[in-house]
Write a protein of this length. Structure first.
Length: 303
């Protein structure tokens, strides 16, 4: 049933990580349930993931069962999309535009899956997936109970949701969009892709390493250190703080803080997880020293 000693680096957008003791690709919710039951019998830990875009995997790998959700089935009815958690965001963007719908254009170029996007309330260009979610079905990996969550029950917050907090595994999502103009949507997509190419380096990465900060939550002393033009939508970009510490382009081993965007760390030369973790620690120390704030990671570390 399970594969053994499968290298996980190819399942991570960072292209970093050692082997999983056991590995399994789940096509449907029943597969996940059976795999988790088997792991419980074997008394081994379980880690369930989708696209691996916010995942940094230990160089030693994972001494347990890694389950990759591979359910990419989805359908469009009127202005609603029902999608398996493993469906790629880019696929949903393309299919929604073909169907004459609008609302997901902001997600173009993001390499993750809809399950991971909802769990972390993924967003870009001033929008986030929470605006589109109608409901989600999730599995409690401890009790194996399945629950349907309304939009309100998802408890979305900045880069967070109830699923991220309680550990439930999203297996499918309902998305509500609006009727649109395919021509206008394609023009928007071209503009977004152009902006992404300017910001995102052509090396393996996990996108933003740290969450941005809410300006209102910063103390008065720190607020005075922030340039007003850098505050966008009430948020202070973590990349701005890192850049102000002179860390843009900083390298440790094969990992580097991008020259294009300081909140993106890249694997430019066979980086190890330790290289990335050392860069993360450096950025947190320097930002704390200069601005008196603690950066919070978006990336999940699997060890």
């Amino acid at each position: 049933m399970f594969s053994k000693k499968i290298l996980l680096n190819k399942y991570s957008s960072f292209k970093i990580g050692g082997p999983a003791e056991y590995f399994f690709e789940a096509q449907k919710i029943e597969d996940i349930i059976e795999a988790v039951k088997k792991a419980k019998q074997m008394k081994i830990p379980v880690f369930i993931f989708g696209g691996g875009t916010k995942l940094l995997i230990s160089d030693k790998g994972f001494n347990g069962l890694a389950i990759k959700i591979h359910d990419t089935g989805h359908e469009i009815l009127a202005e609603k999309i029902t999608a398996g958690a493993g469906t790629g965001l880019n696929q949903l963007v393309a299919d929604s535009i073909k169907a004459g719908l609008t609302g997901l254009e902001w997600a173009i170029g993001i390499p993750g899956t809809i399950g991971g996007a909802v769990c972390g309330n993924c967003g870009a260009f001033g929008s986030s997936i929470s605006k589109n979610v109608k409901s989600a079905i999730a599995l409690n990996p401890e009790t194996l109970e399945i629950k349907k969550y309304s939009k309100e029950e998802c408890q979305f917050d900045y880069r967070s949701s109830v699923f991220k907090r309680n550990g439930s595994i999203i297996v499918s999502v309902e998305i509500k969009l609006e009727k649109g103009d395919s021509v206008k949507s394609m023009e928007t997509i071209k503009e977004y892709l152009k902006k992404r190419r300017e910001r995102i380096p052509a090396y393996p990465s996990c996108g933003s390493i740290f969450k941005n900060l809410k300006f209102k939550d910063l103390n008065e002393k720190t607020q005075k250190l922030i340039s007003a033009e850098k505050i966008k939508g009430g948020m202070v970009p973590a990349g701005y703080l890192i850049e102000e510490c002179g860390l843009k382009g900083k390298q440790i081993g094969g990992a580097k803080i991008s020259d294009q965007q300081a909140n993106i760390f890249i694997n430019f030369n066979q980086a190890t997880a330790k290289d990335v973790l050392d860069l993360i620690d450096l950025a947190k120390r320097e930002v704390s020293k200069k601005f008196g704030v603690n950066l919070e990671e978006e990336v999940v570390y699997l060890s």
